[in-house]
Design a protein around this ligand. Structure first.
Ligand code: ADP
Ligand code: MG
Length: 244
């Protein structure tokens, strides 16, 4: 078991953003996490990587309990996440941004630069290496966010809407990139609204609604589950399907 989260609850004041959510991820899997805006998906990710300490529940990474570990400890143990809103250093170059990630395992500048260059090749950003991050548009930013995390050499990567805001052809290219990352040996948990992405990339899907996991299973089954259609896609989708 690579990741195990048991009964994770995260309250803000009296509001439970995540309410008793559990997830286990086995090495090599691609797990999808779907659900409407505000369902608690990003908050759950925050609890898994140490950005938030859950109000209750426990999290293990390869058998090490990490419930109260710092984000740095999580990163060292091999879990990394992308941010829904890319966290780029605008005035640094694209190469330098990726080096920030690479320093986790390569404390010397030369090695960090080499590792970062390798990641830029993998993510198709090599040609832009020396440009400042602020020059990037949405697709480039999304790629850089993935590259920054990849440079920490994670075993498990959590992608939080890493493909949101892309055009259909950019989405296709991003799907190829995610496949490449997976085949390089990285286990993935993907939050994504685009059903095509979920259906084409994931082995298994969990559906979040109001902080709870309301369904899970094979992607094709889950997206056809009427409760899921109602909760996640809303009535407009159900109407289009002719069921309302
Ligand atoms: P999702 O990623 O599924 O769209 P989020 O995890 O971002 O959902 O948010 C879940 C709920 O928790 C939302 O209602 C959001 O407003 C609330 N929330 C998230 N972070 C905080 C916070 N730091 N303080 C208070 N409420 C928060
Ligand atoms: Mg979110």
């Amino acid at each position: 078991m690579l990741l195990k989260a048991e009964d994770v609850t995260m309250s803000f004041g009296g509001f439970r953003a995540v309410s008793g959510a559990s997830l286990t991820v086995t090495r090599g899997e691609v797990v999808g996490l779907i659900g409407p805006n505000g369902a608690g998906k990003s908050t759950f990710f925050n609890c898994l990587v140490g950005d938030l300490k859950p109000t209750s529940g426990r999290v293990w990474l390869e058998g090490h309990e990490v419930t109260n570990a710092s984000p740095e400890e999580h990163a060292k143990l091999g879990i990394g996440r992308t941010f829904q809103l890319p966290a780029t250093f605008e005035e640094l170059t694209i190469l330098e941004n990726v080096m920030v990630g690479a320093f986790l395992r390569h404390p010397h500048v030369r090695q960090a630069r080499e590792a970062a260059q390798h990641v830029l090749e993998l993510t198709g950003l090599s040609d832009l290496a020396d440009q400042k991050a602020k020059m990037l548009g949405t697709p480039g930013r999304k790629r850089l966010e993935i590259a920054r995390v990849l440079a920490t050499e994670p075993k498990l990567m959590l992608l939080d809407e890493a493909l949101a805001g892309l055009t259909p052809s950019e989405v296709q290219k991003a799907i190829e990139l995610v496949r490449k990352i997976h085949s390089s040996g990285v286990t993935l948990v993907i939050v994504e609204h685009i059903m095509e992405v979920i259906l084409s990339l994931t082995d298994r899907v969990l559906v979040f609604n109001q902080g709870k996991v309301i369904a899970s299973g094979a992607p094709a089954d889950v997206v056809n589950d009427p409760a899921v259609i109602e909760a996640y896609l809303g009535r407009s989708h159900a109407r289009r399907q002719g069921t309302h």
